[in-house]
Design a protein around this ligand. Structure first.
Ligand code: ATP
Ligand code: MG
Length: 343
């Protein structure tokens, strides 16, 4: 039996990249003989400063968004990470066996160090560069390993941006087994979406679209109004090359738009290009792309409006989900404590 776990941070409104690269697939993975756990990973969100009020609301909105995207509480366990005890407990056990060096190699961490504002003099010392960054931000891949392994997940859908962290989870599973002479954890496998489902920023198409990008113009939020979507796509960065062609390296902006078109219409890039053969310029391309996005996400938006009118329902789904997840988490922790000698 397949056991799937995936999570999304309540760090803002979900965007088209989250939908095409993750959430749409989450809905599809709900099948017979598959146990699907989907988490709103609030403990990961607080690795960056969050306003408590905003965080509370974002968690609710994210849960409603997941339901609107097709996560079905009858088939999946949908829950908030912080409501299931065991994630942090298992995370601590893993902390006590994971070498610091494994985390120091994480490219996301390294890029966070690069982006942190430090003076030139400070920058000379690697240690002072990271001195003000928080422990949680450094350590969150270990908590991620706990999120996955506490449900003994066999498969984890992840974007390319998370591959290195999943590899770390696999290493931690093996390290736990060898440390405590057990075969308790199995290494989870990645389910990787095709590269064409990776959506890039509209402002800088060499970076991925992100919830936490300070510029709202960089992303299409799943719940943006049609007019806003049109404006954002219209202002997307392209290039001055004539006509429309697909070349991710030379024409990242145009290629991103073609990828988006292909993804929202469920076409291959080749077939999408055939459909676009008549389009003359990027202006026409943008029109086609925003129309296609709007058509695709309109039913999700309608569902979201309905769900937002019934907050008690969403809260009940989360509560039931946490109760179900807790049963499995308790079983795992009991075994883990036995193996470690904490029983
Ligand atoms: P943040 O900026 O707060 O990290 P995010 O946009 O990166 O937000 P996450 O909550 O970190 O979103 O990731 C949720 C899921 O969406 C993950 O599976 C991740 O791989 C996927 N994902 C994130 N951004 C993109 C993107 N631009 N294209 C495709 N998939 C994405
Ligand atoms: Mg992210």
């Amino acid at each position: 039996k397949r056991i799937i776990l995936s999570g999304i941070q309540p760090t803002g409104s979900p965007h088209l990249g989250n939908f095409l690269g993750a959430l749409d697939n989450w809905a599809r993975l709900q099948q017979k003989d598959t146990m699907t756990y989907y988490a709103v990973v609030d403990l990961h969100a607080i690795t960056m400063p969050q306003d408590p009020k905003v965080l509370r609301q974002s968690k609710h909105d994210m849960a409603a968004a997941l339901l609107a995207c097709g996560v079905d509480p009858k088939q999946s366990v949908l829950f908030e990470q912080s409501k299931v005890r065991g994630h942090t407990e298992l995370g601590w056990i893993f902390n006590c066996i994971t070498p610091v060096g494994w985390l120091g190699r994480m490219t996301q961490w390294k890029s966070k160090i690069e982006k942190s504002h430090v003076s030139h003099a400070q920058a000379l010392l690697e240690t002072s560069k990271s001195a003000s960054l928080k422990m949680g931000l450094f350590d969150y891949p270990v908590l991620q390993a706990a999120d996955i392994l506490i449900y003994r997940a066999t498969h984890v859908p992840v974007g390319a941006d998370q591959m290195q962290h999943l590899e770390l989870s696999r290493d931690i599973a093996a390290l736990f087994n060898s440390s405590f002479k057990s075969k308790y954890f199995t290494k989870p496998e990645a389910i990787i979406p095709p590269a064409t489902k990776r959506v890039m920023s509209l402002r800088d198409p060499t970076n991925k679209m992100s919830k936490s990008d300070p510029s709202d113009l960089s992303r299409i939020n799943l719940f943006d109004e049609p007019k806003v979507i049109q404006q954002k796509v219209n202002r997307a960065m392209t290039d001055s090359v004539k006509g429309i062609s697909y070349d991710v390296d030379q024409r990242p902006g145009v290629s991103n738009l073609i990828n988006i078109y292909a993804a929202v219409t469920n076409l291959s890039v080749d077939d999408a290009l055939k459909e676009m053969a008549d389009l003359q310029n990027s202006q026409q391309l943008k029109q086609a792309v925003s129309d296609a996005i709007i058509t695709r996400i309109q039913p999700i938006q309608a569902e979201y409006v309905k769900l937002q009118a019934d907050p008690a329902y969403v809260q009940q789904v989360l509560k039931d989900g946490a109760a179900k997840a807790q049963i499995t988490a308790n079983q795992t922790m009991e075994q883990v404590y036995k193996l470690v000698g904490l029983d």
